[in-house]
Write a protein that binds this ligand. Structure first.
Ligand code: FE
Length: 247
């Protein structure tokens, strides 16, 4: 079976949010589709391990924000690779509560839906939630971000808990100097820029030429010079989860 065929199914990038017992939570989802017209209903697939799924199953309501192409990786990482059990995902994020009581993410959103769960289907690893849409609005006419844009242009990876995850994603790339890389001769040519490093968990690329000025890491700082407890700014992965990219 050619798993690449699944990449040919067009889908978008969304944040599904809900609230239960005073806890707001949301996550990035790409498996969303409109399934009926009258009344309008949408289907959302959420991994049972995700807090959003567990809250949604209890609250019976959710919202969907359709993301634009300008959504930065740090924003996507906050909702896609971090857990609401560890942080308040909505802190510092522009949002408001919908009529159904679930939060609506407004940052980088070009449209949103509010929905009430009318049925669920147990898919073993995931729950498929069918929601009757109770409210919908267009916020801007900019281009939505497709899942292909996220993968191909933004070089983003997919959470292992996502409905569209493929195990081969984590195997991409190998470290220079590894077996088969040139006979083990260690020589660093002069005037070669320090290597960029890619996070194996989320796809974030640390570029030493750029650094992370917002975090006090100046341009020109090699990856090797980052502190040992440095974490991926997108998903929080440890430094040893990064792989050097070929120069
Ligand atoms: Fe990461």
């Amino acid at each position: 079976m050619n798993m690449d065929a699944f990449y040919k199914i067009p889908c978008g990038m969304y944040i599904v949010s809900t609230a239960h017992g005073g806890k707001l939570n949301g996550q990035v989802v790409n498996a969303i589709v409109q399934v009926t017209a009258t009344p309008p209903k949408i289907a959302v697939s959420l991994n049972k391990q995700n807090l959003t799924c567990q809250l949604c199953a209890r609250s019976g309501v959710f919202t969907v924000s359709v993301l634009d192409q300008d959504a930065p990786m740090t924003f996507l990482g906050r909702f896609g690779f971090k857990s609401g059990r560890d942080l308040d995902k909505f802190e510092g994020v522009n949002h408001r509560l919908g009529r159904n009581g679930a939060p609506i993410v407004l940052d980088h959103a070009l449209a949103f839906f509010e929905a009430e769960v009318t049925s669920t289907l147990d898919l073993d690893t995931h729950l498929l939630l069918i929601g009757k849409v109770t409210e919908a609005e267009v916020l801007s006419d900019v281009e939505p971000m497709s899942y292909a844009f996220y993968r191909d242009i933004k070089k983003g990876l997919t959470s292992k808990l996502a409905a569209t995850y493929q195990a081969k994603e984590g195997a991409a790339g190998r470290k220079p100097g590894a077996a088969g890389d040139g006979g083990g001769r260690v020589e660093v040519p002069p005037l070669v820029a320090p290597a960029r490093y890619r996070c194996n968990a989320c796809g974030y690329i640390y570029d030493p030429a750029v650094g992370i000025p917002d975090a006090g890491i100046k341009p020109g700082t090699p990856f090797e010079a980052l502190p040992g407890d440095w974490r991926c700014p997108v998903c929080g992965a440890r430094k040893d989860r990064f792989t050097a990219l070929p120069t």
